[in-house]
Design a protein around this ligand. Sequence first.
Ligand SMILES: NC(=O)c1ccc[n+]([C@@H]2O[C@H](COP(=O)([O-])OP(=O)(O)OC[C@H]3O[C@@H](n4cnc5c(N)ncnc54)[C@H](O)[C@@H]3O)[C@@H](O)[C@H]2O)c1
Length: 330
Amino acid sequence: MSALKAAVIGCGGHAQLHLRMIDKEPRLHLAGVAEIDDTRRKQAQAEWRVEGFADYRRMLDACKPDLVVVATMPGQLKTIVIDCLERGVHTSVEKAPGMHADETRAMAAAAAKSAGKAIVSFNRRYFPEVLALRRMVEARGGAVHCAATYNKPLSPPMGTSAWHGLAPDPIICDAIHHVDLLRWLAGSGARAAMPIEVHAQVHDGAREGAHRHSALVRFDTGACGVLMSHYGVGGRVQRAEVHADDFSGYLELTDSPPVVEPYQAEGARGQLLAAPLDLEAVGGADFDETRHFVDCILADEEPWSTLADAVHTMRLAQAIRDGHRGPLHE
Ligand SMILES: NC(=O)c1ccc[n+]([C@@H]2O[C@H](COP(=O)([O-])OP(=O)(O)OC[C@H]3O[C@@H](n4cnc5c(N)ncnc54)[C@H](O)[C@@H]3O)[C@@H](O)[C@H]2O)c1
């Protein structure tokens, strides 16, 4: 089988991770990059020995990629993603997938008509450690409760007027990873749980960007979720936990690789399970969103994080930002 041709649009900070994932995936070959900033484009061209274009449409015409990663800021995604999908290109969309759920819906509508598939880069779903823990929960009847923490010191320009039109508020642009993780931990198989009720408190600090949220979410699976996300506090901390009958899993995601502590009910304190996580059962320690996307393209299957599914994560993140209290309707 000849490798699929891949391309990247937007070669900023985070695109470097995508370029490395493409490089380590043997079924992909990097065919081109597009970047409007001359310095960044030249850097990417030199580092990856690949043709570079200032105009992404020219790159699509010249390189004819099978798969493209769009790694621009959220406010720049919609037009580019729809262009790619209208050309039938398999398209990976960075988070947040647009400025608002309406933009995600518009991209999802383009995906529904496209010969290309679309995946949203909710990369926590694809961490092997998360997948292995999720399997342990599923084997015990599914999640009854999950919780996620996503905190950062003030991170300008995030959450400031400098990002107006480029990115939504931090909980939607950034902590959306853990909003989505709650849905994923509460779900099972290829399905993320649907939020049906939200009780959120927003208590922003006085400084620009000091956005603070505490939220309780009820899911259609019966599981309950809690999110705490605070910007303008002391530490960058990303944690999660998931509980099932007689089982608890604690996840430390602040650094890579994530660390998981699974506990089985035994005695008064419970027992920390000593056996290593079964990463081989979930695709191996190297599994990631890029590998999953290629698997789906070759098997003609839908990825786990489609644009249509991402609409629900966007709705939930927005509801939390809005301090919504009550049932969450579509
Ligand atoms: N999954 C994660 O953990 C994670 C982490 C960081 C950032 N991100 C996401 O990645 C995206 C990019 O973030 P970043 O920090 O790399 O931003 P960035 O500003 O460093 O990079 C974006 C790049 O896109 C380029 N660009 C904009 N419009 C373009 C166009 N029409 N054609 C070609 N290039 C264009 C810009 O010039 C810029 O270099 C954001 O959506 C962000 O939310 C995800």
